[in-house]
Design a protein around this ligand. Structure first.
Ligand SMILES: [Fe+2]
Length: 295
């Protein structure tokens, strides 16, 4: 089975393109690497773009870009995806830096662009703003979480890293504990987009940077039990939640467990646990999410 290797970018529609560009450049420290018409391409460091912003009528996440392993034949990949009854399309130049991709939709209506190679941005890390390492994961509310988990695992080759009860799944496609999170909701929408920072002091500096612009945290700092990452959450110009995290568990795939850490609950901490203690899974440090956070 051909499985996607990593998440590279997320594409957003926004009714206020300039305000979103300002948040992702001035606050988040991404670099505006290209702009054409009503689209803007922003890079964290190595990839040509990490976030794409397109002017639209509503704030929503429209598309995710995933990289396939080197040498993957897109024709073989198309046959694999179509064997699940899905329709795919080969697209030339779907994004700047990408010459060819296979495009299809997941079961909740998010577009997937899967590609083998892309030209890097080569901009390095900028001196001002939060400046994350990379896009870490994207979380969604979905109306049938079991069905969407099945899709990501059976069609795209993701693995279940952990469950919170039977309503919140954390899925991986590489060494990071989660790349896609899916939580049962009343409607389908992106819940948050998460960027990896370097360490706890980077999170402190990011919070100080947000405070300079009077952007409040909506939750955190927390130490999640699930994934064990330290995280904060704030909102961007469109009101979407942005997570900043560090110290996310990394999996040893052969042993199906996470590299040991002193704050783990089990030794070894095995993959695929169902966390019934919701508070521990959500925040080992205690403070629960604000009312309605998961809606
Ligand atoms: Fe997250």
């Amino acid at each position: 089975m051909i499985t996607v290797n990593r998440i590279v970018y997320a594409v957003f529609e926004t009714p206020d393109l300039e305000a979103q560009i300002e948040h992702y450049t001035k606050i988040m420290g991404l670099t505006l690497v290209a702009r054409d018409g009503d689209s803007a391409y922003l890079s964290a460091s190595a990839d040509h773009h990490t976030v794409v912003l397109r002017k639209g009528t509503e704030a929503r996440c429209d598309t995710l870009g995933f990289q396939l392993p080197p040498g993957t034949d897109l024709g073989d990949y198309a046959r694999q995806i179509e064997s699940h009854g899905l329709t795919t399309k080969r697209q030339s130049d779907p994004q700047p830096s990408i010459s060819e991709a296979l495009v299809f939709s997941d079961d909740k209506g998010t577009n997937i662009e899967a590609f083998v190679s892309a030209e890097p941005a080569n901009i390095g890390f900028q001196p001002q703003g939060i400046v994350p390492n990379k896009l870490g994961h994207v979380a969604y509310n979905c109306t049938d979480v079991q069905s969407t988990v099945k899709f990501y695992c059976e069609v795209l080759g993701f693995k279940v890293s952990d469950w919170m009860g039977d309503f919140f799944a954390f899925l991986r496609c590489g060494p990071d504990h989660h790349t896609i999170n899916l939580v049962q909701g009343q409607k389908t929408k992106m819940h948050h987009i998460a960027f990896e920072l370097r360490d706890w002091t980077h999170i402190r500096d990011a919070c100080d940077w947000l405070a300079q612009d009077r952007i409040p945290l909506v939750w955190g700092p927390v130490r999640h039990g699930i994934g064990h990452n330290i995280s904060t959450y704030h909102r961007n110009a469109d009101g979407q939640i942005i997570e900043l995290f560090c110290e996310l568990d990394r999996v040893n795939e052969a042993l199906d467990c996470y590299d040991p850490r002193p704050y783990h609950q089990e030794f070894p901490q095995k993959s695929g646990k169902v966390w019934e203690d919701i508070q521990l899974g959500a925040n080992m440090w205690g403070t629960p999410p604000p009312e309605g956070f998961l809606d």
